[in-house]
Structures are given as structure tokens and as C-alpha cells.
Design a protein around this ligand. Structure first.
Ligand code: 5MM
Length: 335
């Protein structure tokens, strides 16, 4: 357990955050479609190679969440991606859920899949060099949604995932994501997130998961994408920290945010605003996917000649978020 707690602390080390590069096949296909390239194994390897072999991001990034395929892939020179990360002192992690499926045939609510055969997969991932794992559950806010039944089922499964990961010597990133989809206000997001996190921590406790050996990955308190107005960074920060203080035990070493559809800058500004508050017991960090990759991916666009400028953009985004870890970011520092 001491090892798990040390890894967890390293994952949320000051000034650093986690890159989420664990897009599943359907998600990477969607992202690549936007830049006009097809999701072939070759393109996925080339893209992840561009990101993972970038120089200098290890100053700002403590770990990378990979997709199963990527953990088994190598650079053009035959070096496994996990080794590239290891050499940089960056922890390799792995998404172990197998996506979300409709709950009881309902098209509205989803339950994350992947518990079957999980111990065997975890063993293999640890052998391939993974140090941590991730499992994401998703909740949509709507009329009477999410239901208690859905919240409970996802919480139980997150706890089983976390317990199994710890047994395999891997630090679980527990990710219940309340989606930004919809026209709800920020208070509805606070209410649902609080309910979801309460259920998650209750199930983690029942499953005897060691809280100092997990990382929580959460959404921020935000109004829905289609709500009439945006919230200010100060309001987002205040409401998010207040809600965490009610439900996240202080033994948890860190909370990392997903960006969930915020722009790159919004995600950085909001994290910065949170870290200005300072009065909380955990590290508050980032584990962004889109908010670390969007510009870099657009510039790369599948072309070799764009690798260097794309890497530069990735490095810059990682640096801006690193500054936000201590509340030292300001927009005039942007390139
Ligand atoms: C990178 O996206 C991850 C994988 O999602 P799928 O299983 O749907 O392909 C996702 O879990 C991600 O780690 C988090 O949601 C954070 O990503 P964003 O883009 O929200 O920061």
C-alpha cells in the first residue's frame, strides 16, 4: 500500500498533471475525422508518437493515460511507448474500462463495462509497465436524471475497479463524469456531482479501497453547454471547491479534472482560479484530453512536416496548465 500511495502522490506532484490520451477507437475516429484523417493503426501510432516523444513535457506532465493499443505500440525505432515514458520519468497509465452501455435497455442512462476478466487484464497491463489505471462512468443531467439506480450501479462498479486495481499494484483513477450536455444551470451540476461523489465514496469505503492510493478524476461544477449564460471562473472555482469539501475525504491525495468540452483556455483559467483558493487538503490538478491536445492535433493534421510545431503547441498547453496548478497562470503568458 505504501507503494500505491507514493505513486498516487507522484501523479499529482506539484506543477504537474496527467495527459489523457486514452481515446477509444470510436473517440479517436471522431477526433481524426475533424482533421480529415482516417483512424488507421498507423495514424494512431503516428499521432501518439508525436505526443509522447515531444521534448520537455515531462516538466509539466506526471503521467499519461494510454489506450490498450497504445501501451502495446512502439515508436518507429521499435521502442515501446511505455519505455519512452519511463525514460522521461513519466508514469504510464491505462484505461481499463470497456466503454459504457445502456443500463437495462434504457437509451438514456449508461453503465460502464469491463469488470469481467479485469484481474487478468490488470496483470498483463502491469507486466507491460502500467503504474495506474482509469475507469470512467458518465452521467447525463436531465428530467429526473441521473436516477439513484444508475448512480449506485456505476458507484459499485467504480469501487470494484478500484479494489481490483489496488490488488494488482496499480493506482486507480476513479472517474465519475457528470457531462456538460444539456441546458441545466451550475447549481444542478453541483447537486448531481455531489450526489454522485457521495455514492462513489460510500462504495469505495464498503469495498475497503485505500483512499490514499487512488486519484479522483472529476468534472468541474459548470452550467450545461446549452444553458443561457456561462459562469465566471470565480463562481466555478468556488462552487467546485465547496462541493468537494463536503464529499471528498482528505485522505485522497489529489483530484484531477477532465476538461469535458471546455476550450483549452477555459480549462486552464478555471483550474488556475481553483488553485488560487488554496484552502483545501488535496492537490487540485488536471487530466485533460481535449484541452491538452486540441491545438496540437489540429496543427499536426497527419503530416510529418507539422510534427515539430504541433509538439511545440502541446508543450505550451502543458506549461500553461502547470502554471495553473499553483494559481500562477495569466492569459498574457499564452503564446
Ligand atoms: C481522452 O478521452 C478519454 C476516453 O474517452 P472514451 O472512452 O469515450 O474514448 C476520456 O475518458 C478522458 O480521459 C476524460 O474524459 C478527459 O478528457 P477530456 O477531453 O474531457 O478532458
Amino acid at each position: 500500500m505504501k507503494d500505491l500511495s507514493q505513486i498516487a502522490k507522484k501523479m499529482v506532484a506539484p506543477k504537474k498533471g496527467i495527459l489523457a490520451a486514452d481515446e477509444s477507437f470510436p473517440t479517436i475516429e471522431k477526433r481524426f475525422a475533424k482533421i480529415g484523417i482516417s483512424s488507421t493503426e498507423e495514424n494512431r501510432q503516428a499521432y501518439r508518437q508525436m505526443l509522447l516523444t515531444s521534448e520537455g513535457y515531462e516538466q509539466f506532465i506526471s503521467g499519461v493515460i494510454l489506450f490498450g493499443e497504445t501501451l502495446r505500440q512502439k515508436t518507429d525505432d521499435g521502442i515501446p511507448f511505455a519505455k519512452i515514458l519511463e525514460k522521461k520519468g513519466v508514469l504510464p497509465g491505462i484505461k481499463v474500462d470497456q466503454g459504457a452501455a445502456a443500463m437495462d435497455g434504457s437509451s438514456y442512462e449508461k453503465v460502464t463495462q469491463g469488470l469481467e476478466g479485469l484481474p487478468a487484464r490488470l496483470k498483463e497491463y502491469a507486466e507491460l509497465g502500467a503504474k495506474f489505471t482509469k475507469w470512467r462512468a458518465v452521467y447525463k443531467i436531465g428530467d429526473n436524471l441521473p436516477t439513484d439506480k444508475n448512480i449506485l450501479q456505476n458507484a459499485k462498479d467504480l469501487a470494484q475497479f478500484a479494489k481490483n486495481s489496488q490488488k494488482a499494484g496499480l493506482v486507480p483513477i476513479v472517474e465519475p463524469e457528470v457531462l456538460m450536455d444539456g441546458s441545466h444551470d451550475i447549481n444542478s451540476c453541483v447537486e448531481v456531482t455531489e450526489k454522485v461523489l457521495t455514492a462513489v465514496f460510500s462504495e469505495l469505503k464498503k469495498a475497503n479501497v485505500d483512499l490514499d492510493g487512488i486519484i479522483l478524476k472529476s468534472n468541474m461544477a459548470l452550467p450545461g453547454k446549452d444553458f443561457v449564460s456561462k459562469a465566471t471562473p470565480a463562481e466555478i472555482a468556488k462552487k467546485t471547491v465547496e462541493l468537494f469539501k463536503k464529499v471528498v475525504p482528505k485522505d485522497v491525495p489529489g483530484i484531477v479534472f477532465l476538461s469535458g468540452g471546455q476550450s483549452e483556455k477555459e480549462a486552464t483559467i478555471n483550474l488556475n482560479e481553483m488553485n488560487k483558493i488554496k484552502d483545501f487538503p488535496w492537490e487540485l490538478s488536471f487530466s485533460y484530453g481535449r484541452a491538452l491536445q486540441d491545438t496540437a492535433m489540429n496543427i499536426w493534421a497527419g503530416k510529418k512536416e507539422n510534427i515539430a510545431p504541433a509538439q511545440q503547441k502541446f508543450l505550451n498547453r502543458a506549461k500553461m496548465n502547470s502554471l495553473a496548478r499553483s494559481g500562477s497562470y495569466s492569459e498574457d503568458l499564452e503564446e
